[in-house]
Design a protein around this ligand. Sequence first.
Ligand SMILES: Nc1ncnc2c1ncn2[C@@H]1O[C@H](COP(=O)(O)OP(=O)(O)O)[C@@H](O)[C@H]1O
Ligand SMILES: CSC[C@H]1O[C@H](OP(=O)(O)O)[C@H](O)[C@@H]1O
Length: 400
Amino acid sequence: MSAYQAFDNDKAIEYINNLGGMFPPDAQLNCYEFGDGNLNLVFRVTDQHNHSVILKQALPYARCVGESWPLTLDRARIEASALRRHGEVCPAHTVRVLHHNSEQAVTILEDLGHLNILRSELNAGRTFANLGRDVAHYLATTSFYHSDFYLTPANKKALIQSFTNPELCAITEELFFDDPYQDNERNHYPDALRKEVDKLRHNTGLKLAIAQLKQRFLSAPQALLHGDAHSGSLFVDDTTTKFIDPEFAFFGPIGFDLGSFIGNLLLNFCAQHGRICEASKRRDIHTYLLRTIDICLSEFDYQWQTLCEQHGTDNTLQAPGYAALFLRDVLQDAIGYCGSEMIRRTIGLAHVSDLDEIEDEQARLRAQRLALEVGEQLILNARSCHNKDACYQLIISVLQ
Ligand SMILES: Nc1ncnc2c1ncn2[C@@H]1O[C@H](COP(=O)(O)OP(=O)(O)O)[C@@H](O)[C@H]1O
Ligand SMILES: CSC[C@H]1O[C@H](OP(=O)(O)O)[C@H](O)[C@@H]1O
């Protein structure tokens, strides 16, 4: 098989058989497609002993929209390469790549089916004690080892080139920073939110802050990001936390991933108002989400500074106090991106089930209004946060 062709179940099995090495020679394979993401095909291939692998294939268009939205197959190469690089420095929290073929846009991955996607778990009211620490570990490690603090300038420039991801970045640039703040047919939200949406669009301070966030997203190649670090990109159980799906990976501002993750926890926080009726249970989940954010901010800050002290390679960047100064900007960016994730997931193209699946319409609207308000206040006040504690205090204050 050389020229690209989109797989069905039989083709996926044929590919794995021809490849060899994934299963014993006498394996009888079964396969089904179960992708529920916005972009790609995802097959599970299982043998008679219940051993399985995941075969992910990019389509030459965005699956959620169809052929009218063509999309580069190169995203599969970017995703597999990002997983390999992140897996080298943080194997505990990165799904393992078993094989990649850029021509077929195919990646074979370890099957994480014994874990669950974080978003569904949070929606069901389940909590994970290690989540904040594990995500901080992944974000700090993967970003530090792909930053100027560690890489040689020549290496970093070569990596920036190979992770140039213009089509996928354009999606984020438009969906995060353009669409929600102007009329666009891709946006969707109930008429009842019209007043709130208009208010956002007439807020000149907000639009200025969004312009700054977009500009940094466009022009700050600080480190190799995951690029789409939301709670649908995380598999979890009580002891394990693993990222999947970095096809939006590129060299960008480090705060983007941290902000996306925290933004998704806060979207879930807003959604709990419409999901859990029992006040004490709701309080428990709210407390858990805030505690996880606090741990994530603190651990990220601590681990980044420790990595700089112990493994920093650039003498000039090692100047006393510089890592802390750099981190202050990263945290401020994170708060801004967190707010913009909350807004775009509420009124833009790609929503989150946390909010959309709230059954009661009035409760859903209340949760959506809260998400917009919290998002707006975080964006407007991000630059007042001078350290991790100030970030956390700002989050607490805008939730009250
Ligand atoms: N390694 C994996 N193990 C088990 N299931 C997976 C794995 N990767 C993806 N999936 C399943 O496929 C779904 C879509 O995968 P994802 O990578 O998010 O696709 P997309 O790029 O289209 O968003 C996930 O929500 C998950 O249910
Ligand atoms: C047309 S892509 C929209 C949206 O989808 C991606 O998320 P997912 O991981 O669910 O595929 C990404 O967040 C994009 O912004």
